[in-house]
Design a protein around this ligand. Structure first.
Ligand SMILES: [Zn+2]
Length: 398
């Protein structure tokens, strides 16, 4: 890809906001997701060039949005909560009434497992962790919580955001959000804790079974890409997840003698585990889900729970530009995450540069992303209209 100069951003952003940013659908999404409060009660925040940070902005309609974007030319656009008043008027006395239930999944939280990249780096190999995360969380939100209006967005660099706009989700209080986050969170403990997944010995909850089925679809592929257990350090990390000393040393002796392949090593671990379980009833009951726990520790979504729990945590807007990469935070369908190629995600530079080799491809991908966004908004508008109608009918009955 051609190199672009970050200094061009200030010149390009006004054109991007006018020509490409889906202003109309953005306002409809936020307006619908602010109801019964007006759109103007929603907080927007801008990060300007030189990292100047403007909070408590608000708009009443698309025209005001366009004016504000042109005037301030934000390098980053964030979305906050819905207040009982315009956030700009009474920032101290104002009360947060609602906001989308949001999820933030970032590949930096996978640094203890991924071997291909670290920190800000991301490649198509580690993107597979995001593919698994999207599939698991999306189905859980739909099947376990009954949510329908779910928008998935590329965060701009190395992760994804998920916005749930259903009325029941938007009006969840902090403990409610905490409960959803805790329900979806299976990996616990900080850097000092090796084993972070404990499934107990009762029958597994349907949602965990379902998550494991998703992981199984990609597990061999990920083992080949990441080679978690190929070197002594990786092997040590794996052994640290085995709580039973006798079994651990048995595994260690077998795996050390084997070829490096993580696929082969994991297969061997599973075989030794199964035969050990057959011979040892107590072990088998006590460590019933050891293999599942290992799979989950390496592949299950690592959520930033504070973002989900917080009521007014600002989150980057869909279709905002990532100031460092120039990439657009495109909307995508969760079941299409596996087909996303990181190089094909449109950037502001390629979109606005007719001579760029990627221009046509990126234009097409931008159109697809806007269409995905539209579909979510149209369906949200329909659901909201039905909900309001049934609320009106209810109030007429009294
Ligand atoms: Zn990578």
């Amino acid at each position: 890809m051609a190199q672009y100069d970050q200094n061009l951003l200030s010149d390009m952003l006004p054109i991007y906001y006018t020509r490409l940013f889906p202003q109309n659908i953005f306002c409809r999404w936020l307006g619908c997701g602010s109801h019964p409060q007006p759109l103007a009660h929603r907080e927007l925040s801008f990060t300007l060039a030189d990292d100047v940070y403007l909070r408590y902005l608000s708009i009443s309609n698309q025209k005001e949005l366009q004016t504000l974007l042109q005037k301030k030319c934000p390098h980053k656009l964030d979305i906050g909560a819905v207040y009982n008043t315009r956030p700009s008027i009474a920032r101290h006395g104002s009360v947060v009434l609602s906001r989308e239930l949001v999820f933030d999944i970032d590949l930096t939280d996978y640094d203890e497992v991924r071997t291909c990249c670290q920190e800000a780096k991301v490649c198509d190999k580690c993107w597979k962790f995001m593919v698994i995360a999207c599939e698991i969380i999306d189905v859980a939100l739909k099947d376990d919580f009954g949510f329908q209006s779910i928008l998935w967005v590329f965060s701009g660099r190395r992760g994804v955001h998920c916005w749930v706009s259903d009325y029941e989700a938007r009006t969840l209080d902090s403990p409610g959000r905490g409960a959803v986050a805790d329900y979806l969170c299976l990996i616990m403990g900080g850097d000092n804790q090796s084993k972070k997944v404990h499934l107990g010995s009762d029958n597994l909850h349907t949602s965990i079974r379902r998550a494991l089925n998703v992981i199984d679809k990609y597990f061999v592929d990920i083992l080949q890409d990441q080679e978690f257990f190929a070197n002594p350090d990786g092997l040590k990390k794996l052994l640290a997840l085995i709580p039973d000393e006798a079994f651990k040393s048995l595994v260690e002796k077998t795996l050390e003698k084997m070829p490096d392949s993580s696929v082969e090593r994991f297969k061997a671990l599973t075989n030794i585990f199964e035969s050990h379980c057959r011979e040892n009833g107590i072990f088998s009951r006590k460590f019933k889900y050891l293999i599942e726990e290992i799979k989950i520790q390496y592949c299950y979504p690592r959520l930033d729970v504070n973002v989900t729990k917080g009521f007014n945590h600002l989150l980057k807007s869909p279709f905002s530009i990532h100031p460092k990469t120039g990439k657009v935070s495109v909307a995508f369908k969760p079941n299409n995450a596996k087909n996303m190629n990181l190089d094909e995600i449109p950037t502001i530079y390629t979109l606005l540069d007719d001579s760029a080799a990627e221009n046509a491809k990126h234009q097409a991908n931008m159109r697809t992303a806007v269409k995905v966004f539209q579909e979510v908004v149209f369906s949200l508008e329909k659901t909201e209209a039905l909900r309001r109608k049934s609320e009106n009918n209810k109030s007429l009955e009294f």
